[in-house]
Design a protein around this ligand. Structure first.
Ligand code: PEP
Ligand code: MN
Length: 370
């Protein structure tokens, strides 16, 4: 992952300063798309029975990858949203992709705006949306861009913040990629983790529906996100998912959401004095082991350089494939016996080999003292 080495100072309001409820995680739920007034109301009436659900979502304007598919009901859906609020008291959020959407949403009592993955990639759009929001004191949820680029995500958040918006939340919805995978959008957890490291005060939610693309993976993915201390969830629900006009494989019923929430384990960041003491002991052990590991790695590299010098003196090539494949084979066998996974040993060895080769290249290229 490319690191963003420069971060602008951002001024973000903590969630509890603008949400009237304090239980975490915050849960946003509702259909991918507003389809009919009835679908909206039936879904919302079920959702409001789940105490943790406080915010209702629905896409009114749908950014579809290809034309010729359902592109959202448009403005009339906002009236249905208003009805949802009247009947359930849930807060409302919808996706905005241009200034006109912002104006319509603000005119229809939408409480929170969200900016989708396809819009976040474009700084011009973010600028226009920020300008259309102007002084309206409305929270904005910023999804990650389609491509795995932390800088674009950060850039959109920083831009909105510099335009005066302080009620901002980042939403992790996974990243487009080419390889086959069980996920619709690769989670690449290292990217939201890096975002959290850079901006610890910025609330970070997860949208497991768009990461997974199918119902089955939503529970484990949500659990993982909570274990990474994400502060909220956006989960798509539909009263009848098999009939949904968009994203039907990933939508669940409100009843399934309720069941799933019951299975989630909420782990705390801290577990009291005794727990902290025990943890401290184990962490000291890890620190010691890591130090030993560094020493061993440094010694290993010194031996590698010795070999490099010897090869150089005897005009032997650096890469010795036969030796390398034999070593891999033996190490994997030993490591697996010790309970390490094959994939882990492979990654580790490959990285050691790469560094070793680089060291030997340096040795080969060094001018010998006369
Ligand atoms: C959505 O939330 O329905 C949506 C279109 O999301 P994303 O922008 O993450 O694809
Ligand atoms: Mn969707």
């Amino acid at each position: 992952m490319e690191r963003a080495n420069f971060v602008a100072p951002i001024d973000i309001l903590p969630l509890e300063d603008w949400l009237a409820f304090s239980d975490l995680p915050v849960i946003i739920s509702g259909p991918c798309s507003a389809e009919t007034e009835r679908q909206m109301l039936e879904t919302a009436v079920e959702l409001v029975k789940i105490p943790q659900v406080k915010i209702f979502r629905a896409g009114i304007w749908k950014p579809r990858t290809r034309p010729g598919t359902f592109e959202g009901v448009g403005k009339k859906g906002l009236k249905w949203m208003q009805k949802v609020k009247q009947e359930t008291g849930l807060l409302l959020t919808t996706e905005v992709a241009n200034p006109e959407h912002v104006r319509e949403a603000l005119d229809h009592d939408i409480d929170i705006l969200w900016i989708g993955a396809r819009t976040v990639v474009n700084p011009f759009s973010i600028q226009e949306i920020g300008e259309a929001i102007g002084n309206a004191d409305i929270p904005v949820l910023v999804k990650n861009p389609l491509n795995p680029d932390l800088k674009t995500w950060l850039g959109a958040i920083e831009r909105l913040n510099q335009m005066g918006l302080k009620k901002l939340v980042a939403i992790h919805r996974g990243f487009s990629f080419f390889n086959r995978s069980p996920y619709r959008n690769a989670p690449m957890w290292e990217i939201p983790i890096e975002l959290k490291r850079l901006y610890p005060g910025l609330p970070l939610f997860v949208d497991p529906s768009h990461i997974c693309g199918n119902r089955e993976l939503i529970l484990p993915t949500t659990q993982k996100a909570l274990d990474l201390e994400m502060n909220g969830l956006m989960i798509e629900t539909h009263i009848n998912p098999s009939k949904a006009l968009t994203d039907k494989n990933q939508q669940i019923t409100p009843a399934q959401l309720k069941e799933m929430l019951g299975k989630l384990v909420l782990r705390r960041e801290s577990g009291g004095f005794e727990f902290e003491q025990k943890l401290e002991g184990l962490r000291t052990e890890i620190d010691k082991l890591d130090e030993e590991l560094m020493e061993i790695l440094a010694r290993r590299m010194m031996v590698v350089e010795e070999i490099g010098k010897y090869k150089k003196a005897n005009k032997i090539t650096i890469l010795q494939l036969k030796r390398w494949s034999q070593l891999m084979h033996e190490r994997i066998e030993t490591g697996v016996k010790m309970g390490l996974s094959r994939e882990f040993i492979l990654k580790l060895l490959e990285s050691l080999h790469e560094e070793g080769i680089q060291r030997q290249i340096n040795v080969m290229n060094q001018d010998d003292p006369l």
